[in-house]
Design a protein around this ligand. Structure first.
Ligand code: DGJ
Length: 753
């Protein structure tokens, strides 16, 4: 059983394979957090609630304020005495803020309910853990805690679903107005935990355009450590994730408490260290500009947060999240299939293409073994640059004579699949769509909306807008056999005014926008169930588990430089599976940073994600072109290992020495792929020692070097690559990596003998 209730002690105990989460109910009925961490066998007690240190209101009503200041709440509310970051804030008809929740009842069910209109984790088909006797145990279970505010007549259901195998617990809250007042919800976060401070440091993923998800770590001081987005999308700047780690945590050791939000809009992550040295970690929809009308009988469902605890460093957290997202978030039928190796014309042509040019790129690519042609931005309306035509989803017949079908037919005639780019959420002021519906964009009365990339954002909260745009996309997809869609979004939301909402409903717009987006993508994958959908937002601006519910892969970054990508992909893979990271080989000098890197290294780095090319093969030097069939064969050889295996980060190039190394190990430990990149060559140093991970310590492995170009001599002798090694040696003594020149790389394939 994953969830137990001890009615004597009024303790709920949620167990995963390696962790325990405990919730208590005080005599007054406050629902409080007791413990999260390493698995414990017993429902010990409520001593962590410190009920004697801060007098309970039942015994000392005059000091209720002191008590609320300190109690570790499960779902903290605002306005009645807890001054820390709140999860829930409601205003009554007098616009007075104050909510107090008391325990009412509970239910425990097998499986997990899906959230309506929102992405949410689902129990997998191979759910549970199979014991030696063949019995399945540890299936997904859900605890619902029913809480009430008797004054407001509000009922809050806290949902906890336990995924034992992955050591993940999902949380969300359903808020229902059973009273008679018109309430306003000004804060509805998804999950919160309170614990004693242990010298925690916060790990987050920060970035900007072309530099997404760089790993940050900072100590917690008294007060709030906060990240988040108010841009209407997840953002390049902050992933919806925060982990608290104990001092000295590494990839392999230390304790980690992590939360990630399964949501694609505004979000907040806060770690607050209180006056009593307790720490609250909380995540959910960002409360800025959020105000949701909650009339009698109405409900609000928060997005889901996924929590995990690791007693074995960040690496274990990573692998738990990878398994969880692969097994319980991604629904696409492409999830377990090798993705077609694609070529995208964006960096090869930008807007300057026609049917013949696309066909020529495809033909050369096909000859080299590429499996799908993706036509990017510029095929519709009067779109010859990025100044116009968004919304005019009609084929530009000057570029593509006779429409889409003849081009797709030619591409398919080569034996390739075909994919196409859209940016359905946007409108160019210079577009027929805008001329017909100038009020469809988000805008504030009497104010010209701020342009970004010369475009504005459509108000997706409006049904008629979604209907029209979706039907245009639908018609294009029906006009020819299309296998893949890249759904782009190239600016964030500003001027968030909605013409279909009354003044008191404007605070709903940001969330309604995201619900509208989810509805459109749900429709798309329902109408086209075999479609391979790749989300994108100016690169990786909307890279989150919410979008993964709709698309199994997301374009990771507009920065395609292999060296820059090392950091971006390291940060992304901290919480998201490799199979979700759109990664391509592009031309050199690189379009973003001007760097020239070896073609092999560009391919080795792109192998860590979904593999493809972002160039014109005909324009490549002959020696690079000749390598493509081999690179594609390598992708097919290792795709399963990379996509489904366990990921281990071995060395990061900006820590200490300038080389980078990671591994993918099959679940049964029978094979592994080690990727090694020398970022800067260094003379007169020992060869690098990579301490491998995840291998079978008792097994001998054969080691084969891939892409074995000439090694750089270190001036004293030659480097002799290892051809075999025992698992324990390779992990504890290390594996020698060759001294290489700048940007050189190697792949090593390990196979258990
Ligand atoms: C941003 C994307 O990330 C690029 O790959 C490309 O599709 C452009 N948008 C097109 O406008």
């Amino acid at each position: 059983m994953a969830i137990l209730y001890d009615s004597g002690k009024r303790i709920f105990k949620l167990d995963t394979c390696h962790t325990t989460y405990m919730i208590g109910v005080t005599e007054e009925g406050y629902v409080a957090h007791i413990y999260y961490g390493r698995k414990v066998a017993h429902t010990g007690g409520t001593y962590l609630l410190r009920l004697h240190e801060y007098p309970q209101p039942l015994r000392l009503p005059r000091e209720k304020g002191t008590f609320l200041n300190a109690l570790p709440f499960e779902y903290p509310t605002a306005g009645v005495g807890d001054y820390r970051e709140a999860a829930l804030d409601l205003a009554n008809e007098q616009n007075q803020h104050g909510t107090e929740l008391f325990y009412d009842s509970y239910s425990i069910e097998k499986g997990k309910p899906q959230l309506t209109g929102l992405p949410s984790a689902f129990p997998g088909k191979d759910d549970g853990v199979r014991r030696e006797d063949g019995m399945l145990t540890d299936m997904v279970e859900t605890l619902s805690l029913f809480l009430v505010d008797p004054v407001l007549g509000v009922k809050v259901t806290l949902l906890y679903s336990v995924f034992p195998k992955e050591d993940v617990i999902t949380r969300s809250a359903l808020i229902r107005n059973d009273g008679s007042q018109k309430l306003v919800l000004t804060r509805a976060l998804s999950a919160s935990i309170d614990m004693d401070d242990r010298g925690f440091e916060a790990v987050t993923l920060a970035g900007n355009w072309a530099r997404e998800r760089r790993i940050q770590q900072r100590p917690l001081n008294f007060g709030k450590t906060q990240i988040g987005s108010t841009r209407g999308e997840t953002s390049h700047q902050a992933a919806p994730f925060m982990a608290l780690v104990t001092p000295g945590t590494t990839q392999n050791s230390g304790e980690v408490y992590a939360m990630q939000l399964i949501y694609s809009g505004n979000h907040t992550e806060v770690a607050e260290k209180s006056q009593f040295s307790s720490v609250r970690l909380i995540t959910g929809i960002h409360p800025e500009n959020f105000a949701w009308r909650l009339g009698p009988g109405e409900c609000f469902q928060t997005p889901e947060a996924a929590l995990t605890y690791s007693a074995e460093g960040l690496g274990r957290m990573t692998r738990s999240y990878h398994d969880f997202i692969r097994g319980h978030i991604i629904r696409s039928p492409w999830k377990d299939k090798p993705r077609p190796v694609l070529i995208n014309n964006w960096e090869a042509t930008y807007f300057d293409f026609d049917q013949d040019k696309i066909y020529e790129i495809a033909k050369d690519a096909h000859a080299a073994g590429v499996e799908m042609m993706v036509m990017d931005d510029g095929w519709f309306g009067a779109r010859n640059d990025d100044n116009c035509a968004l919304g005019d989803w009609f084929v530009n017949e000057t570029k593509l004579k006779g429409g889409l079908a003849p081009l797709v037919e030619r591409i398919r005639g080569l034996g390739m699949k075909f994919g196409i780019w859209f940016e359905p959420e946007m409108i160019s002021p210079d577009s027929d769509l805008c001329r017909a519906h100038p009020d469809w964009m988000l805008h504030i009365k009497d104010r010209n909306p701020t342009l970004a990339r010369n475009q504005c954002v459509l108000d997706l909260s409006r049904k008629e807008v979604r209907e029209e745009i979706y039907s245009r996309v639908y018609r294009i997809l029906k006009s020819a056999p299309i296998d893949y869609v890249k759904w782009d979004m190239n600016r964030t939301l500003s001027d968030v005014g909605g013409m279909s909402l009354p003044p008191e409903g404007q605070g709903e717009l940001m969330h309604r926008y995201v619900l509208g987006l989810y509805e459109m993508q749900e429709r798309l994958i329902t109408d086209f169930p075999d479609l391979l959908l790749e989300n994108c937002s100016g690169g990786g601006g909307r890279f989150d588990a919410g979008m993964m519910y709709y698309s199994p892969q997301i374009w990771c970054s507009d920065d395609t430089d292999a060296i820059e990508r090392l950091r971006i992909q390291e940060g992304t893979s901290l919480i998201y599976p490799m199979s979700t990271m759109g990664a391509h080989v592009s031309k050199c000098p690189n379009e973003q940073v001007g760097r020239v890197t070896p073609f092999d290294t560009r391919a080795n780095v792109a192998l860590a994600g979904t593999f493809g090319y972002e160039l014109n093969i005909a324009a490549l030097p002959a020696e690079d072109r000749e390598k493509i069939p081999e690179q594609i064969a390598r992708y097919h050889r290792y795709h399963g290992l990379v996509a489904d295996g366990d990921y281990y980060r071995i060395h990061s190039w900006d820590e200490k020495e300038p080389w980078d190394c990671w591994m993918n190990v099959s679940k049964d430990k029978s094979e592994a792929l080690v990727t090694y990149v020398q970022v800067l060559g260094r003379p007169s140093t020992n060869s690098r020692l990579a301490f491998l991970r995840g291998l079978d310590p008792d097994a001998a492995y054969t080691i084969t070097e891939e892409c074995g170009a000439a090694h750089v001599e270190n001036g004293y002798g030659s480097f002799v690559p290892q051809t075999e090694g025992c698992g324990d040696e390779l992990m504890h003594m290390g594996m020698l990596m060759p001294p290489l020149g700048d940007f050189q790389s190697r792949l090593y394939h390990l196979v258990r003998q």
